[in-house]
Ligand binder design. Structure first.
Ligand code: HEC
Length: 256
């Protein structure tokens, strides 16, 4: 037995006429068997089953809602600081506050301002002791200019209120009031506790602030008030039922 013969016995495939690389190449090019399998992408990534994606999505949704209900961890209160106030949106509010009559608006605002007066004149407007009453006072229900001067500048010295003499001092409690605040508190005291005088508009109060500025800041006296300020403030009065936007204080245009 030659050396080559024994070699052949050990490696029988050497005699095969089939070239393995060629045979595999043929399979790759036109492979009936491979064609039945899922085709492979060029980059080797297999596409994921659509069903698997759907099922995963449902699992995530369910899990999310379970966690959402499970405790406060995802709650609004946990993610927002205590006392957090949402800033005012620059976009105009969709729902406007209901209109309010000018009288009701002034009274409502005036009641808030009146907190600065109640310590002396009392919530009842009755005053007491050295503090004269606002209820039934002609200084309150009479001409508006002198009332505005009292509130904006303060008043001191002898003064007769509802038939009784007083002689004290009141500081300029309303020195920082703007037209709206002044108009509100004036209207409030002129229409409360049985007082039944006309309302004071912010426009009138604005005139009052001008007059007050012109006279300087010193507290006024009953004498000066009678001499220089015993008149109504200029400006058109408003029908107390006129409807205003409570936010802008502008009249609501009449419906078409
Ligand atoms: C610290 C006490 C005090 C406070 C607060 C005060 N007043 Fe007076 N007020 C007086 C005194 C005292 C007089 C009398 C002054 C005098 O004798 O000349 C007076 C007089 C008046 C008068 C004229 C007399 C009368 O009773 O009608 C009016 C009107 C008045 N105050 C309104 C107000 C208003 C409105 C406020 C709040 C914005 C206010 N006062 C806050 C003490 C106070």
């Amino acid at each position: 037995m030659s050396a080559s013969q024994s070699n052949r016995d050990m490696r029988p495939d050497l005699d095969e006429t089939i070239n393995v690389s060629e045979a595999h190449g043929a399979i790759k090019d036109a492979p009936p068997a491979v064609g039945r399998e899922k085709s492979l992408r060029e980059n080797g990534m297999e596409s994921v089953s659509l069903l698997l994606i759907l099922v995963s999505g449902i699992v995530v949704l369910v899990a999310g809602s379970v966690m959402g209900q499970g405790g406060s961890f995802f709650g609004y209160g946990e993610t927002v600081k205590d006392g957090y106030m949402r800033g005012k949106s620059p976009v105009k509010e969709e729902v406007p506050l209901p209109p309010i009559s000018v009288l009701a608006l002034l009274q409502k605002e005036g009641q808030k301002q009146y907190a600065a007066c109640a310590s002396c004149h009392q919530t009842s407007g009755m005053g007491g002791g050295e503090f004269p009453p606002l209820a039934g006072s002609e200084w309150v229900t009479g001409n508006t200019e002198k009332l505005a001067m009292i509130i904006h500048n303060g008043v001191g010295g002898p003064i007769e209120v509802a038939g009784n003499p007083y002689n004290g001092n009141m500081a300029a409690i309303g020195a920082n009031f703007g037209p709206k605040e002044l108009a509100s508190v004036m209207t409030y005291i002129r229409t409360s506790w049985g007082n039944n005088a006309s309302l004071v508009t912010p426009q009138m109060a604005e005139e009052a602030l001008k007059i007050s500025k012109a006279r300087g800041g010193a507290p006024t006296t009953a004498e000066e008030l009678k001499k220089n300020h015993d008149k109504m403030l200029p400006g058109d009065t408003l029908d107390p039922d006129t409807l205003l936007d409570p936010e802008t204080w502008e009249p609501i245009p009449a419906a078409e």
